[in-house]
Design a protein around this ligand. Structure first.
Ligand code: 26M
Length: 822
């Protein structure tokens, strides 16, 4: 009862039940006797939506009437996961719905499992966007998320003989009860064509873009329900459609196929999410996706602005903040210039001032292969007018700002230029983003320092105040309250139920860290969560694991720099130690992986295969008495993370120092009481600071040591010949031990460490990692010490609440005010 009062006044389980039945009947044309599981889920969501849509309208009305400044979060990715459970929790209706469904003989957990994940993102960057819009709504801040309504989200992963197979994701096959199509807000977007230079009546040179094609953008709105349900913001996602009036000439002259082809091409734009993360593909369709959604979103923003301010642009940047989620939406900068200069006839300097006040840019990576560049040739073909505008932005920047600071220094000019000269001239989206932005931020302290010192040192010298840090965070509503209900109830009972919106409160749990009764309650819940995961593991892999073993979890995209293969080396070393000494004293351990590899990333896929093959062998080896198990859960995604994270004892955060910008899975795992084994990289550094050195295990080279080793010349062979265990394990890859009858199938892994040069220094960190793992085991044997550490991890993770991140963005970048919705 208390739960529902906070949100939406009074609704009883009985009323909720009646609403579900009503929707089964009149919205879905079925009834309680013959409804399918999907129909039950749809009807429950429809019942819940009655509250959502009401608050959505109220929020929009209030924001309009008060003409609030708003932030517009531009992102190619929003990795939302499932919405039903989350929205029920945020509205305070979860218990009500549970009771209502129980009366209908339906288990709410089974019901929410019917929902497909909304997987419109690859990994960290996309999930961060989803946590941020949750926090923005919870903090009652006026905000809109803008992105693409992909027909297919991130591929579904299957394993066939241990190999990754990609299958299309069709998340909307059974409908999405939460989204609303808004045909009244369709936008037309031009692409291709050529630019004509003309003189206007005043004798001034003007540019006219004659586009080769017009694409229609149709918005779909997904309500974003803040915790307590007071503010419901929107995530507006654009779907591309062909403009059916466009090529009737071709059609009428008998060219049905050509006209049709153009339609298909236009509708391809929002078909599928690019599955790369970190490496830049340089594909034409990707550039069009970027431009398409930025152009739709800016038109939408300007339409809304003009409703209150007509043609007076003077308040634009006071009303509109745009945050660029990496460089992917950077094309919005020249697009706004085009609108202001070509369409609104504004002079360049005034337009440029507005642009620079409007945009800010978040950097998520330092990896050179991830820095976006587009060939000038492609740009000219797709966006000829934008290329000219970029040239002009660049010319003015180099001739005035750079030359004033470093007169005549051509070396610096060529480094800072938006255009990279060379065999093929390229447009550097990072430089464009820095030059066109008000603020540039990294996502953890160490990362932001490296953005200044290593990635953009000259820009930092030019504009010191432009660079800042906002350490990432995660929403405790999804990543503790909803995914770990038993622990949440224990926390409620111990420190009160205000912790989901007040990050300070969890800290009070530290008083209970040594309390035997509390330790038992906390560890009993962990055990129950492990039992639940054991069932999931059995279902997905048919492997039996023991819930009293240490559950050691590495979940994240598959990447060399994240070093799943370092984890694998250590597993193989443990296995070898056990074979050599079967009576070895060892706490049983289950190593659990979840990861998707980009479909074109050969080594990443080989690593998945190798882990699966080692798992097969280890799991079926009677000699080691079940002390070691390895499972790779297929199709890792948000909803699977929600089942894995509450069951983790150990969190693997083992990237090469300097490579992981922040990490956010590290935060979710620690919040749920897993002990981190990690390098001093990204947010791990700040996590260790918060939870205390004695409650994490840190190993490996530091950022400075990595740099020094590389400079001195790193030779992996030194470690191969210098450490007999490393040598034996690497040589194992060349045998057919794990792939009977097929020697050499795993050799590419060994080669990556040796001939490949081991670019991420796995061998250099191996010994230290292995020692760290011994430390983990020793800690685990001390049951009380372990419980204390786990509790303190939960208690001291308050800083990594995404509400704190959003407050930092508000204070340092957006200067936003919250707005109470009646
Ligand atoms: C690039 C080109 C073509 C297609 C897709 C991409 C692309 C997509 C996603 C490139 C990078 C993408 O995401 C990078 C990412 O997820 N970075 C992670 O961001 C998190 C949130 O800040 C950090 O916590 C992680 O450390 C960082 O790796």
């Amino acid at each position: 009862a208390k739960e529902t009062e906070m949100a939406i006044g009074k609704i009883t389980p009985k009323q909720f039940k009646e609403s579900i039945i009503k929707h089964l009947n009149s919205t879905f044309g079925t009834d309680i006797n013959k409804a399918s599981k999907k129909a039950w889920w749809n009807a429950t969501s429809a019942a819940l939506n009655e509250f959502v849509y009401d608050r959505l309208s109220q929020t929009q009305k209030t924001h309009f009437e008060k003409d609030t400044r708003a932030v517009h979060y531009f992102s190619l990715e929003f990795l939302m996961g499932r919405l039903t459970g989350n929205n029920l929790h945020n509205l305070g209706l979860f218990e009500t719905a549970k009771k209502a469904l129980t009366e209908l003989d339906i288990d709410i957990n089974t019901l929410v499992d019917e929902e497909e994940d909304m997987a419109l993102g690859n990994g960290g960057l996309g999930r961060l966007a989803a946590c941020f819009i949750d926090s923005l709504a919870t903090m009652e801040l006026p905000a809109i998320g803008y992105g693409i309504h992909y027909e297919h989200g991130l591929f579904r992963q299957e394993f066939k003989d241990g190999h990754q197979i990609e299958r299309p994701d069709s998340w909307r096959e059974y409908g999405n009860p939460f989204e609303i199509r808004r045909p009244e807000s369709i936008q037309d977007i031009p692409v291709y064509g050529y630019v004509e230079t003309k003189f206007n009546d005043a004798g001034k040179v003007v540019k006219e873009w004659h586009p080769g094609r017009i694409i229609k953008g149709v918005p779909w709105d997904v309500p974003v329900v803040g915790y307590s349900g007071k503010t419901v913001n929107v995530l507006r996602l654009w779907e591309s459609r062909a403009t059916n009036f466009f090529n009737w000439d071709v059609f009428n002259s008998g060219g049905y196929h050509d006209a049709h082809k153009e339609n298909v091409e236009s509708e391809t734009i929002s078909k599928v999410l690019y599955p790369n993360d970190e490496t830049d593909a340089g594909k034409e369709l990707r550039l069009i996706q970027q431009y398409f959604f930025c152009a739709c979103s800016l038109k939408d923003i300007i339409r809304r602005y003009k409703r209150a301010h007509a043609d007076d642009w003077s308040n634009f940047s006071a009303q509109v903040a745009v945050q660029l989620n990496d460089t992917h939406p950077a094309i919005a900068i020249p697009e706004l210039m085009r609108i202001l200069v070509d369409r609104a006839d504004m002079d360049w300097d005034q337009a440029w001032k507005i642009c620079r006040e409007t945009f800010s840019y978040t950097n998520h990576t330092l990896l050179p292969e991830a820095l976006e560049k587009w060939s000038v040739r492609l740009f000219e073909k797709v966006l000829p007018r934008h290329l000219e505008i970029i040239y002009e932005i660049n010319r003015r920047f180099l001739e005035s700002e750079v030359d004033a600071k470093w007169p005549g220094d051509n070396a610096i000019k060529s480094k800072l230029s938006i255009i990279e000269e060379g065999h093929e001239r390229m447009v550097r989206m990072g430089n464009l983003s820095v030059i066109g932005s008000n603020k540039v931020n990294g996502v953890a302290e160490v990362h932001s320092a490296l953005v200044k010192s290593d990635l953009f040192p000259e820009f930092n010298a030019l504009w010191t105040d432009k660079f800042t840090n906002v350490t990432n965070g995660v929403t405790p509503r999804r990543w503790l309250k909803a995914c770990n209900p038993a622990l949440s109830k224990l926390i409620d009972k111990t420190v009160g139920d205000q912790w989901p919106t007040n990050q300070e409160i969890l800290r009070d749990l530290d008083k209970k860290a040594d309390d035997a009764k509390f330790q038992k309650a906390y560890m009993d819940i962990k055990h129950e969560n492990k039992v639940a995961l054991t069932k999931v593991i059995k279902e997905l892999t048919d492997v039996d694991v023991d819930p009293s073993a240490i559950f050691d979890i590495q979940i994240k995209r598959l990447h060399e720099y994240k070093r799943q293969h370092l984890n694998l080396l250590h597993i193989m070393a443990l296995y070898r130690r056990l074979l050599q000494n079967p009576t070895m004293d060892m706490v049983p351990r289950v190593f659990i992986f979840g990861a998707k590899a980009a479909p074109g990333y050969k080594l990443a896929k080989d690593i998945i295969y190798a882990i699966n093959k080692v798992a097969d062998k280890v799991n079926n080896d009677e000699r080691i008495g079940g002390k070691l198990k390895v499972v790779f859960l297929p199709n890792y995604r948000v909803s699977l993370a929600e089942k894995m994270i509450p069951a983790a004892d150990v969190s693997e955060q083992i990237s090469t120092a300097g490579k992981e910008a922040s990490g956010t899975g590290n935060m979710k795992l620690a919040l749920n009481g897993a002990i981190t084994i990690g390098t001093l990289d990204g947010a791990n550094i700040e996590i260790a600071e918060e939870v205390g050195e004695e409650n994490v295990v840190i190993f490996g080279l530091t950022v400075d040591e990595v740099k020094a080793l590389k400079k001195q010349g790193y030779n992996p062979w030194d470690y191969y010949y210098g450490n007999e265990e490393i040598k034996a394990v690497l040589d194992w890859f060349d045998t057919d031990y794990f792939t009977p009858g097929k020697p050499g199938e795993l050799s590419s892994i060994k080669n990556s460490f040796l001939d490949g040069g081991d670019p991420y220094l796995c061998l250099a960190d191996f010994e230290s990692y292995s020692e760290g793992q011994k430390e983990i085991e020793a800690k685990y044997k001390d049951k009380k010490g372990w419980a204390r550490s786990a509790i303190l991890n939960t208690a001291y993770m308050g800083k990594f609440n995404s509400d704190r991140s959003i407050q930092d963005y508000v204070d340092r970048i957006w200067k936003l005010k919250s707005c109470t919705v009646k």
